[in-house]
Design a protein around this ligand. Structure first.
Ligand code: FAD
Length: 515
């Protein structure tokens, strides 16, 4: 063996140049490890999904004629550490050099580099050939700048990759159709059942259980719903184009209730994040499939659906990664608002009378999935208003979602959702009172709490917590123009009203486990 090539669990990119040529003296190494199952408490589906996808990927490249050394979690010689396993493999092949695809998580990147430095091992780094932009893109595109706007970044990617462009103008005349994408889902709309694989992952599930891993969440191991092969991932993409794309933008921000709509958990969302984050699907493949379907069906799918979706992939997803690499490792410790409260117990079981939170959390436990607005405006909004410790909030999001890898989870959670980065990602905190939830969802009419009541018995906690958050952080936000309106409403309230709101919020904060 002249070369050992490491393939991490989220580097399942079948189109990578590595696989273009077969070499008998190149050994591909893949490992299931406790260091990856245990760095945070994980949802069982996340662990199983990665291992199942890794095993399928390993056998696919083996069948294509490549040499693969695959280490299972319960293999006797598995040290459960990436670098110790690598050291043992290199010891067996003393003449081999080591090549690695650039990891996307700082944690793993740092581990490999510091080990190699200490052991005096040279690593040949290659790109993972997945993202459209490089880790250093922000410094390159916006030299000398400290704050970055997603919209400017997005326009630049669109121009550079010639996506929905007519010359140097955006197709349709506008860069962004967000104002068409904020609709509530009518009760009468029918939501199509999402297409899900029914994988049998019993063997992996049993192995994980036998290894005494500390996981949480539900799983049906005989009908596992997440894609574990590239073919399954492509099937979900094509289902999305055919059945969901036409409504994606319009109802992108909508939230509905399980009693009002079947399939409330997924609505018109693509559920492609796991397939993309594990690199089974390339973002350009997703973009091209959507554009092709749209062009073949022009007239039936409006531009706001397509632009809204493509912006998530080539705008938000790439931008979030760029922010992560621009600001790590400091970003992981930011806590601009000094929040320290423990996350309430109901985040772990969904047992709360707040119907919106209960449904968002219970579906997350059931499917390891919630759509963006549930993450941002329900669980995230509540954690922020309640002043929960961003470390705990991060741990929860990183553990529970099928798509949670730190490069994408951390800026979304600590930055966009918790404002712990002091506005690097969001120009103002994403907070709302019950009003927004009532406007965008179907939960409130069936909830024990009254969204129109601000204080007193049965008042929705989102109301008093919202005003108390603003009061608590007034000095922090007093110069933020985008918050001026909220503060002018707050300051118009009488002292009695302000006091009653503060008292109500304190009561709820002191009794969070009973909410
Ligand atoms: P769709 O709604 O169908 O969107 C299509 C694709 O766009 C997604 O698959 C995703 O790749 C991309 N996308 C959309 N929004 C974002 C965004 N804000 N950042 C990055 N990519 C985006 N996404 C993750 O992939 N992993 C995470 O760990 C994660 N944690 C989050 C935590 C919080 C607090 C919030 C508010 C958002 C988080 N997101 C995360 C972003 C987003 O919620 C998910 O990407 C999305 O819900 C995945 O479902 P989907 O594939 O059905 O997405």
């Amino acid at each position: 063996i002249r070369e050992v090539r490491l393939v991490l669990g989220d580097q399942l990119n079948a189109k990578h140049t590595w696989w273009r040529t077969q070499h008998d003296n190149v050994l591909y190494v893949m490992m299931e490890m406790r260091q990856e199952t245990d760095y945070v408490k994980h949802h069982i589906q996340k662990i199983v999904a990665f291992f199942a996808a890794m095993r399928n990927f390993a056998s696919a490249i083996e069948q294509a004629g490549h040499r693969v050394h695959y280490m299972k979690l319960d293999d006797a010689n598995n040290t459960q550490s990436l670098t110790q396993n690598l050291a043992a493999i290199l010891a067996q092949h003393p003449n081999a050099k080591l090549s690695c695809m650039l990891p996307d998580e700082y944690r793993v990147d740092h581990q490999l580099r510091s080990w190699a430095g200490k052991e005096d091992i040279h690593i040949d780094w290659v790109d993972s050939e997945h993202f459209l932009t490089q880790r250093t893109v922000l410094a390159e595109w916006f030299p000398g700048r400290d704050n970055f706007l997603m919209e400017s970044f997005y326009r630049r990617v669109r121009k550079q990759f010639d996506i929905m462009m007519e010359g140097d103008k955006p197709e349709g005349g506008q860069w962004n159709y967000d104002h068409d994408n904020r609709n509530k889902l009518p009760k009468s709309s029918s939501v199509i059942a999402p297409s899900c694989p029914a994988n049998d992952v019993t063997d992996i599930h049993q192995m994980v259980t036998q290894q005494d891993i500390n996981y949480f969440g539900d799983i049906d191991p005989q009908h596992f719903i997440w894609p574990t092969t590239r073919k399954q991932a492509r099937d979900i993409l094509s289902f999305f184009c055919q059945h969901q794309l036409a409504h994606f933008g319009t109802y992108q921000d909508a939230i509905t209730d399980t009693e009002v709509h079947d399939h409330a958990w997924s609505l018109y969302h693509s559920r492609l994040s796991f397939a993309m984050n594990s690199k089974m699907l390339h973002p350009m493949e997703v973009v091209n499939a959507v554009l092709t379907h749209w062009r073949e069906n022009e007239g039936t799918i409006s531009i706001n659906q397509v632009e809204g979706f493509i912006r998530q992939i080539i705008g938000w997803r790439e931008f979030i990664r760029a922010i992560y690499w621009h600001h790590m490792p400091e970003y992981k410790n930011l806590n601009a608002l000094g929040h320290q409260r423990d996350l309430p117990k109901f985040f772990w079981d969904g047992e709360t009378h707040m119907r919106c939170l209960s449904q968002a959390i219970k579906q997350s436990l059931k499917y390891a999935y919630a759509h963006h607005i549930q993450r941002l405006m329900l669980t995230g909004n509540f954690a922020l208003l309640a002043g929960c410790d961003p470390d705990q909030v991060d741990g929860w999001y990183l553990g529970i979602y099928i798509d949670a890898l730190e490069w994408v989870e951390l800026p979304n959670t600590r930055g966009m959702s918790q404002y712990a980065d002091n506005g690097v990602l969001a120009t103002k905190p994403y907070i709302s009172s019950a009003n927004y939830i009532k406007k965008m969802s179907h939960h409130c009419s069936q909830c024990r709490y009254n969204p129109d009541k601000k204080t007193g018995e049965g008042s929705c906690p989102f109301n008093s917590l919202y005003w108390q958050f603003l009061a608590r952080h007034e000095s922090h936000f007093s110069n933020n123009q985008r918050m001026a309106m909220m503060y002018s409403v707050w300051n118009k309230k009488t002292q009695e009203e302000q006091k009653a709101l503060a008292k109500q919020a304190e009561y709820y904060l002191n009794n969070m486990d009973d909410l």
